[in-house]
Design a protein around this ligand. Structure first.
Ligand code: DC
Length: 225
């Protein structure tokens, strides 16, 4: 099923941007204020990565077999107030944020069959949403929802992004900057669905904005669409 304007009755907002831009927290807060649903597609890639590490799966075809044989039962909350992800009934909400998963996601997210599978799941969640929805990730406006009502690309300078991550995780800023560069590079240069500014996207650079100002700017873009 395609997620074109003619097949869905509700407002769809596509959000993309690099890691550390604050796009998840801004999108979630804006979705809550707008009374929309919220889908964190990065959490879906993280959940699949967690499953593959757990099952010691490294080969794309073998992983895909598991997907089509329904060995990977993913449940993700689309309520912006409830952060919950489970796979095969194990709650993995917290564990998918650990370094051992974070450092491996790019490896699995570069596999075309796995991306197609997750993109289809994402489009189905949007089509079945009973409300407007904010969908956030790296390829949303370009691949998953090219016909979204609004496309927002959230970003901030490399240094500001690293500083925020370092504060959050209580780690060294330079270390974060280095690992951020590696991840940005992998996400932006992979052959399939690289992180790009999608056609028609409005750029929200929040380097000089605080959180409330960023959420207000987001809502203003949506309302102005
Ligand atoms: O947004 P995040 O940091 O939780 O995303 C985790 C990883 O998943 C990140 O390395 C990029 C990848 N990702 C992707 O390739 N496509 C998406 N739509 C969302 C995330």
């Amino acid at each position: 099923m395609s997620a074109s304007n003619s097949t869905r009755p509700h407002v769809v907002i596509a959000v993309d941007g690099p890691s550390g831009s604050g796009k998840s927290s801004i999108s979630k807060a804006a979705a809550e204020k707008l009374n929309y649903k919220y889908l964190d597609t990065g959490a879906m890639y993280r959940a699949l990565t967690w499953f593959c590490l757990q099952e010691e799966l490294f080969d794309e075809n073998e992983i895909f077999e598991n997907l089509i044989n329904h060995n990977f039962i993913l449940n993700i909350s689309v309520d912006p107030r409830i952060d919950q992800v489970s796979v095969n009934e194990s709650d993995i909400t917290a564990v998918i944020r650990l370094d051992e998963v974070t450092n491996k996601v790019s490896f699995y997210a570069a596999m075309p069959k796995l991306r197609s599978y997750l993109v289809q799941r994402q489009q189905d969640l949007v089509i079945n949403s009973a409300q407007g929805i904010v969908v956030e990730g790296r390829d949303i406006g370009s691949v998953v929802l090219p016909h979204a009502d609004s496309k927002i690309y959230i970003t901030a300078s490399d240094e500001i992004r690293a500083k925020r991550r370092a504060l959050q995780s209580n780690t060294d800023e330079n270390e974060v900057l280095e690992s951020q560069k590696i991840r940005d590079n992998l996400d932006s240069n992979r052959k399939i669905s690289p992180l790009v500014i999608p056609d028609g996207a409005i750029i929200l650079d929040n380097s000089t904005l605080n959180f409330e100002e960023s959420v207000a700017a987001f809502i203003q873009i949506v309302r102005g669409a």
